[in-house]
Design a binder for this molecule. Structure first.
Ligand SMILES: Cc1cc2nc3c(=O)[nH]c(=O)nc-3n(C[C@H](O)[C@H](O)[C@H](O)COP(=O)(O)OP(=O)(O)OC[C@H]3O[C@@H](n4cnc5c(N)ncnc54)[C@H](O)[C@@H]3O)c2cc1C
Length: 363
């Protein structure tokens, strides 16, 4: 595989030495469910070892402070919104001044929808370099940070660096960070920063759910996609129904599009859309490289397939060995029984990061 090198120049001037510290900014729901640790924090710890500090910014409850300190956080900043979730615009507005004052060496976020929006806004407000969608971070011979990112449908890998000594804001694709395992040596300090759920110049006039066939694939947190194994246009109605119940978007493979079961705008893959949902549910999809090229950034992959040896199971975090014509109606019936507020797809479908073998739907 070839390697190209780009340098992103930022407009930020730095007369002074930056402190040896790294910030990790976590969006709502980006705390790890498992004891395996927080990958972004492990990555930050690795970058600042041995002496630097790691500041973790939380947008959720501060319940995990001790756990974060044990994983190497030296300071925790909690964006305290009175009514829960923090809008990315509000988070960027509140954090800009702190970052301008403190000038950490870098700032890491997940390449999730929330993280990407905050990163872009921070970079623009600070005049900083943005290294988006990286799959790794290294240092060059001079100790300068370099991001590694796939380009041109993952055919090339680019090494990218911020020039001029500027603060790079980096988003890392889920699953590409260091393994955990770093432990903290000191208690972390905790500070709460008042933060509006959204800036006062934004007023929400109403909310409505976009139907799964209209929800933009690139924007969706949950994508339920169907392949040739779905079998018919009627079968696709089940794919669409599950997507709707999970508040997600409906997607398709090229074979399903060619069969006329879904429009081309729903095609995912090399010649379709590249998506980065929190949860991707593949129904009757074999997992060809052309299709999976569009799914690499999904955080959690659930696969339903009748073939134990289907390649999709090598990508899946949750594998269901079964017929979509039985599994989909059962999932839909279960979701319909649950209260609407319990329909968090990541929680329902496991949220794990290991890749176990497929579960037999009959068992
Ligand atoms: C240049 C080029 C570009 C391409 N671009 C794309 C692209 O952008 N996107 C894309 O998707 N493809 C693309 N393709 C096509 C790609 O190579 C695959 O052919 C396609 O992704 C396979 O689609 P599929 O998984 O739906 O079908 P199949 O490979 O036929 O897989 C169907 C799967 O369904 C399972 N199954 C069958 N019945 C059931 C059932 N009742 N319940 C559960 N499982 C069942 C089978 O075990 C099988 O694994 C491209 C190909 C080329 C040559």
């Amino acid at each position: 595989m070839s390697v190209t090198v780009f340098a992103f120049r930022s407009t930020q001037e730095h007369g002074e030495q930056m402190t040896s510290s790294v910030w990790v900014i976590l969006g709502p729901g980006e705390m790890p469910p498992a004891p395996g640790g927080l990958p972004l924090l492990a990555e930050a710890r690795r970058l600042v070892e041995p002496a630097g500090g790691v500041t973790v910014v939380l947008t959720g409850p501060a319940a995990a402070v001790e756990e974060l300190a044990a994983q190497g956080a030296t300071r925790i900043l909690v964006l305290d919104a009175a009514d829960g979730g923090v809008d990315p615009i509000a988070a960027a507005e509140v954090l800009t001044e702190r970052l301008r004052d403190e000038r950490p060496e870098t700032c890491l976020l997940s390449a999730s929808r929330w993280g990407s929006e905050v990163a872009g806004r921070l970079a623009a407000r600070l005049g900083a370099a943005l290294l988006p969608g990286c799959v790794g971070l290294t240092r060059d011979g001079a100790g300068r940070l370099e991001g590694v990112r796939p380009v041109y449908g993952s055919r090339l890998v680019a090494r990218v660096a911020a020039t001029g000594g500027s603060l790079p804001i980096v988003t890392l694709r889920p699953g590409s960070e260091s393994a955990g395992g770093v432990s903290g040596r000191q208690p972390a300090t905790l500070e709460r920063i008042p933060c509006p759920a959204r800036p006062d110049w934004i007023r929400v006039l109403g909310e409505e759910q976009v139907p799964p066939e209209a929800l933009d694939l690139g924007e969706a947190d949950v994508v339920v996609a169907g392949g040739l194994g779905v079998g018919s246009r009627q079968g696709f109605a089940l794919v669409e129904e599950l997507a709707g119940l999970l508040g997600g978007a409906m997607g398709a493979t090229r074979m399903a599009v060619d069969a006329g079961w879904a429009p081309f705008s729903r095609q995912i893959g090399l010649t379709g859309r590249i998506i980065s949902p929190r949860v991707y549910v593949a129904c009757g999809i074999s997992g060809s490289p052309h299709h999976m090229d569009g799914v690499r950034q999904a955080e959690l992959v659930v696969a339903i397939n009748t073939d134990r040896h289907a390649p999709i199971f090598t990508y899946a975090d949750v594998g269901i060995l079964g017929d979509v014509r039985e599994v989909l109606p059962a999932l839909i019936a279960t979701l319909r029984r649950l209260r609407p507020e319990a329909r968090d797809a990541a929680a329902l479908l496991g949220g794990g990061t290991g890749r176990p073998g497929p579960l037999d739907a009959r068992s």
